[in-house]
Each structure stands twice: as C-alpha cells, then as structure tokens.
Design a protein around this ligand. Structure first.
Ligand SMILES: C[S@@+](CC[C@H](N)C(=O)[O-])C[C@H]1O[C@@H](n2cnc3c(N)ncnc32)[C@H](O)[C@@H]1O
Length: 243
C-alpha cells in the first residue's frame, strides 16, 4: 500500500541501509507478524464478532511500549504502525523472541492503514511524540491535522481514547486548534493541566524519557470520539497551562 500523494510525516524510512541479517529478518518475520494483506489480515485481527479489543500505536519507534502492553494484556490485540524499517525489524525480532501472538506490525504510513480499518474497531490509539516538524515550512508534514483526527475518531469505538503526547508546545497548540474544528472529537484530558498525564496513558516511551531527562515539558491529551447522539458531556478544551 503506497500513496505517493500523501506528504510524508516521517523523516526517513531507514537509517543507513539495513544489514543483510536485518533484510532477511524483515522479510521472513514480516510474513509472520506483519499486515501483508490488509483485506484478509485486518478482519482477523479485529474479529468483531469475538468482541476483541484492538489497540493501535502510530509511530511506535523502538516499540518498547507496545511490547510491554501486549505482554500485560494477552487478551487484547495490538497493531503497531511505523514506516521506519530499523524500528520495524527490531520490533519484529522482539515479538518473535517473546513469542507474542497478539502484536501485528504495519510498516507503512498510518493514513493508509486507517483506510482499511473498520469504523469503531479500535479501543485505543496512541500517537506518542509524533515528529514535531519544527520549521514553519515543514508544518504541513505534521501528522495530526484536523482531517487525520477526524478519521481517527471514526475508527475509535464509543469507549475508545486517542492519546497524543508531545514535548513541542507549538505542535500541542496546533493540535488543540485543530480539535476545535473536528465535530466528532471531544477533549477529555486532565483538568489539572496539560502537563499532567491522564490515568489512561500507558507507560513511558523513549522520546518521553529523553524529553523529561533534558528538562523539557511534555503535554498529554486525551480525546474521545462522539458517535451519533452522545457527547452531551463534552469537556471544554482547556486553556493551555504551561506549568
Ligand atoms: C519522534 S518518533 C517517536 C517514537 C515513539 N512513539 C516514542 O515516543 O519514543 C516518531 C515516530 O513516528 C513515526 N511516524 C511518522 N509518521 C508516521 C506515519 N504517518 N505513520 C506511522 N508512523 C509514523 C516515525 O517513523 C517515528 O518512528
């Protein structure tokens, strides 16, 4: 699944070429744990009639959080999506080494994967420390546009959560502004402030640790979908707090 018309939201697909061993592993292990044929694989993962809970992590990086969550919740299914092949191969090796049967990898752009997922099929979606594209001329590459948030809301179940974290204040403000234009999304974050992690967040990621270790603030959003008539308890969007 490639779409040349999407502006890439990621920097590069691989770091200095993959070694032969990495190429071999990505080839063989992706057959076992990858989403090779979305039309066939996704219905199996979601198995709606079995009422499976499916969690999607977009941009899993080194994958530690996804592995930890998959280990903790063997009754749930996890989909990890990232086009960065070095991360993908590490993740595939870890899944194989731990014999995890509930993690599925999509090595590509989340926007393409989302098109293939049924409406309201996801329990939670994590987008943790997405590339902030700091330069103004690169802002168009930021992943969390209104259109993308709207699409995510369609894919989340009524009880679902979108969790977005960033250490970039400008990006956080842009996401809040985008949220105001997405009618099917409601902000449900902490009243204590944007820098306090809501309870529903899973553990820490590599980028989060790096940010906190170097003294940068991290911002955490929790967003829930509005389907049909629900949504009367809409939580007003917060005035950003910087403390
Ligand atoms: C800054 S890293 C954060 C990694 C990890 N979430 C963490 O917090 O440590 C952002 C990741 O998002 C991935 N990414 C960027 N655009 C993406 C897209 N459209 N779909 C899926 N992953 C994407 C990048 O390849 C990269 O691995």
């Amino acid at each position: 699944m490639e779409n040349q018309y999407i502006i890439p939201s990621y920097g590069r697909k691989r770091h200095r070429g993959l070694s032969d061993a990495q190429k071999n592993d990505i080839h063989t292990l992706y057959k076992l744990y990858g989403i090779n044929d979305p039309e066939k694989d996704i219905p199996e993962i979601c198995a709606e009639k079995l009422g499976r809970k499916v969690v999607l992590e977009i941009g899993f990086g080194n994958g530690e959080l996804l592995l930890q969550q998959a280990n903790l919740h063997p009754d749930m299914q996890f989909i990890g999506c990232d086009p960065f092949e070095n991360g993908v191969v590490t993740m595939l090796r870890d899944i194989h080494g731990r014999n995890l049967q509930n993690v599925h990898i999509f090595k590509g752009d989340a926007r393409l994967l989302l098109e293939k997922l049924p409406e309201q099929s996801l329990r939670d979606v994590y987008v943790l420390f997405p590339d902030p594209w700091k330069k103004r001329r690169h802002h168009k590459r930021r992943l969390l546009s209104s259109k993308f948030i709207n699409k995510l809301m369609q894919k989340l179940s009524a009880a679902g959560n979108l969790m977005v974290a960033t250490d970039h204040e400008g990006y956080m403000l842009e996401i809040l502004a985008n949220l105001r234009t997405v009618p099917n999304a409601r902000y449900c974050g902490n009243k204590e402030g944007l820098t306090v992690k809501p309870h529903c967040y899973p553990g820490e990621t590599k980028y989060e640790r790096k940010a906190l270790d170097s003294g940068r603030k991290c911002y955490y959003l929790q967003i829930r979908p509005i389907h049909g008539q629900q949504g009367t308890d809409t939580n007003p969007l917060p005035t950003p707090q910087y403390g």
